[in-house]
Unconditional design. Structure first.
Length: 385
């Protein structure tokens, strides 16, 4: 029910063979996760020491002759990599960083890099498809998205340290936008799940819908406390809160303004994503600690905030409170339907990507073939960090 995770189907195989599994879905569509069936060193993914001391720009793989470099993977995964390094640095500084912590850190690092490589492979496959149809992205949109991406990477100085130009970033952004269009317009259609399948899933997975403590169904917008210029952003948060008078308007404003994501709180329907778009049931203990006490005064149907916490101004819309126990079917039918639709969409997308990959020819940095012989469809997410 929580998805496939990493299943080492062919881990015992020798050589540099790689299988790619469909591991999760996102708003952009299928995300492929590379699972090594040979030694990790053979694929030469960027390691923590390499990335943060001397990134370099080695060729990690080729798709139809187009190189995928280590630098591209670092830029794709940069926010997650920084977060992992910060977690590790804090643990080392406190003196509580064990060998087990280091192994877990390396595992998450490799998982993040493999996901970045898998997405890059997928994007090259779909971009080659787009070029045949002369699809292009809006120049003004490329400029805007590139500016945001450069900011997330640390600005112009950070680009220089990476050996990357603004034009390089724009080219990457243009490709990403075109791929998004291909995913939305060319992906095979799937039928919506029916009420019987939704009900059966609920009855077969009651444990996932049982709360051990009282829960909340909430939507959240998190606005950065500081503007890009370093000023206070509270006035902006207050304006957003005033405009968010309904669930529909709240979701629209969240999609536009919210930038924060809380870490996964441990279950398919018990995690809070501060996007305002996804509504989940969470317990108060899964809220950020600095705003946990605020949850007790939330009123149903009312937008609360902004509350300053963890570098953001939080706006919270409480839709409903739930007692401990099994959640009523009616309260989770919609998210179950969405989850099942994602699964079926992932399976159809996996078959589509497989057909494209079989024609393209994918090799690693040394020219050894990377195969797509074990593709499955299942959502999952990283837990823990």
């Amino acid at each position: 029910m929580h998805g496939a995770g990493i299943r080492p189907a062919a881990v015992a195989a020798a050589g540099v063979k790689v299988t790619i599994r469909l591991e999760r879905c996102s708003m952009k569509g299928a995300v492929l996760l590379v699972v090594l069936a040979g030694p990790l060193a053979a694929l030469e993914l960027p390691a923590p020491e390499e990335v943060f001391i001397l990134p370099g720009d080695r060729i990690v793989a080729r798709v139809g002759g187009i190189p995928i470099t280590s630098g591209l993977l670092v830029r794709r995964a940069y926010p997650d990599l920084v977060r992992l390094m910060q977690t590790r640095a804090a643990g080392l500084q406190s003196g509580g960083w064990s060998d087990a912590n280091e192994r877990q850190f390396r595992d998450y690092w490799n998982l993040t890099m493999r996901q970045a490589l898998a997405i890059a492979i997928r994007d090259e496959l779909l971009y080659s498809l787009a070029k045949k149809s002369n699809l292009v992205a809006s120049a003004s949109l490329v400029e805007k998205v590139a500016e945001d991406k450069i900011s997330r990477l640390g600005g112009d100085n950070a680009l220089k340290e990476m050996g990357v130009t603004v034009e390089d970033v724009k080219k990457e952004v243009e490709k990403e936008l075109v791929v998004d269009t291909v995913m939305k317009t060319r992906r095979p259609p799937t039928a919506a799940r029916g009420p019987r399948e939704i009900r059966r899933f609920y009855e077969e997975n009651t444990g996932a819908f049982t709360l051990s403590v009282p829960g909340l169904r909430i939507r959240v917008i998190a606005v950065p406390e500081k503007t890009r210029e370093g000023g206070d952003n509270r006035a902006t948060a207050e304006k957003i809160g005033t405009a968010a008078e309904s669930a529909a308007s709240f979701a629209a404003l969240a999609a536009k303004h919210s930038v924060h994501r809380t870490k996964n709180s441990g279950g398919l329907f018990t995690r809070m994503l501060a996007s305002g778009v996804q509504v989940d049931v969470v317990s108060e203990e899964h809220l950020p600690e600095s705003i946990r006490g605020f949850a007790a005064v939330l009123e149903e149907g009312r937008v609360h905030g902004p509350v300053a916490a963890e570098g953001h101004y939080w706006l919270i819309l409480l839709e409903k409170r739930f007692s401990a126990g099994l959640l009523p079917f009616e309260s989770v039918a919609t998210p179950i339907a969405g989850f099942l639709n994602q699964m079926h969409e992932a399976e159809a997308t996996a078959r589509w990507i497989t057909r494209l990959a079989e024609k393209a020819g994918i090799v690693d940095g040394r020219g050894a073939p990377l195969t797509l012989d074990d593709i499955i469809g299942a959502p999952s997410q990283k837990e823990g960090y």
